[in-house]
Design a binder for this molecule. Structure first.
Ligand code: GDD
Length: 398
């Protein structure tokens, strides 16, 4: 075969020349784009402008439109020694990238890059990405949303919404560092040490969810991540391969990424709040049975109500400290007695605020003619929001 027979199960070997970056281009039915893309990539003055030579590895999943054959011919001819071809069966973009990363590491490239084959990424932007690595970044992420980044003027609103929503889901549900503006790009450069440190077996992402898995690995691995503005374009030829299955996988991966994502923290907060309500009612019932078994008029029952409120506040406080906001414990260092007491006092204050909010909202809404139970429910909803905000920003903040 004229192409480079790179197989993942080959003996480890180092064939990459020094100071050479490997650009991985995953392809599926890109026959209309690939030759022109390779021509532009190999014409880039990477050595002069960034100090790095550029090789390209096309990972083609047996495209029926003959993409692989085009690359095979170019690898054996015009770009011999600089163009590599790797072929596999179609298992999704994520899997194609994961396998290509394995090959890049095995070959010994110092820097590994990825980009789409369809000209949605401008070949010229390879230069600032590589330059960022030369300037000391471990990872350079091509970003449409960093100042200086561009999206096409004719980009459909649905696409903008899709990528923005995907970013918000990745941050809120996945808990990826909110400082990163671009989480779903496929245009990036990484040092091999970064790639080698990633446990690809941890999350099974075969499709587009792989992008947020990578973004999370970069931001949580302690690496120096630089976002480089890029211009994004509507694909030149062919069609997108994203499907509904990819959207579902994306959400599944987001849910798997970090236990302490804002979404999971909020769910824990609500669960503890609900359990606290049960504890409140249960302890009121128990106190009444124990302390006033014979009292028919319930004299002083309000004292028992106050006690039940305190018990539920303590209950919630313990669970929030140990469960809801456990990241606070991990990242905030040792929680001494003073800190716990200070937090408890703040939480008492937040709980008093909660009651005040419910009462005030009830007065306002019922005066506006809202049905009294709805007025109370609205008050509770607002109070829970306020309580969560205060708890996460001023009590268990990190
Ligand atoms: N080898 C291989 N196998 N390549 C694939 C596969 C696959 O199963 N599926 C897609 N590709 C290749 C395409 O040929 C193209 O080069 C690149 O991966 C991106 O695929 P598109 O199908 O064009 O992606 P998109 O336009 O829907 O999505 C783009 O934007 C997303 C959100 O910003 C890509 O850049 C995604 O990576 C990105 O997450």
């Amino acid at each position: 075969m004229a192409s480079y027979p790179i197989q993942p199960d080959h003996e480890p070997r180092r064939t990459a020349p020094p100071r050479t970056a490997l650009m991985i281009v995953p392809t599926y039915n890109e026959s209309g784009n690939i030759a022109a893309l390779l021509e532009q990539l190999f014409a880039l003055p990477t050595r002069k402008r960034t100090g790095w030579d550029l090789h390209v590895l096309v990972r083609d999943d047996r495209s029926p439109d003959g993409t692989g054959e085009i690359v095979e011919e170019l690898a054996a001819g015009r770009y011999r020694g600089r163009l590599l071809l790797s072929r596999g069966t179609k298992q999704g973009l994520g899997k194609a990238l994961e396998l290509a990363f394995g090959e890049a590491l095995e070959l010994g490239y110092e820097v590994v890059m990825t980009m789409d084959a369809d000209f949605s990424h401008a070949p010229l932007d390879v230069l600032p990405l590589l330059a960022a690595i030369s300037d000391g970044a471990d990872v350079a992420v091509g970003s449409r949303y960093t100042p200086g980044g561009l999206i096409p003027g004719d980009w459909p609103l649905s696409q903008i919404v899709r990528t923005r929503v995907a970013g918000s889901v990745a941050r809120g549900v996945g808990g990826i560092d909110p400082g990163l503006r671009e989480l779903t790009t496929n245009f990036r450069a990484m040092r091999r040490t970064v790639l080698a440190s990633i446990d690809f077996g941890r999350v099974k992402a075969r499709g587009y969810g792989f992008q947020i898995f990578l973004a999370n690995a970069f931001s949580s691995g302690g690496w120096k991540v630089t976002e480089v503005p890029i211009s994004f374009h509507t694909r030149a030829h062919g069609v997108s391969k994203a499907s509904v299955k990819d959207v579902l996988e994306f959400i599944r991966i987001a849910l798997q990424l970090n236990d302490d994502s804002p979404f999971k923290q909020l769910v824990r907060f609500l669960l503890v709040g609900a359990s606290g309500t049960l504890v409140n009612l249960g302890s009121l019932w128990a106190l009444r049975r124990i302390l006033m078994p014979e009292d028919p008029v319930d004299d002083g029952i309000w004292l028992l109500s106050a006690a039940a409120i305190q018990i539920s506040i303590l209950w919630n406080f313990c669970w929030h400290t140990g469960f809801t906001f456990r990241r606070y414990r991990r990242t905030g260092g040792v929680l001494g007695a003073r800190q716990i007491l200070a937090n408890l006092l703040k939480f008492e204050g937040a709980s008093a605020l909660t009651q005040t909010v419910i009462f005030s909202a009830f007065v306002v809404f019922s005066n506006l003619g809202v049905f009294y139970l709805f007025a109370q429910a609205l008050g509770i909803a607002i109070a829970v929001t306020v309580n969560y905000w205060v708890s996460s920003h001023y009590i268990w903040d990190w």
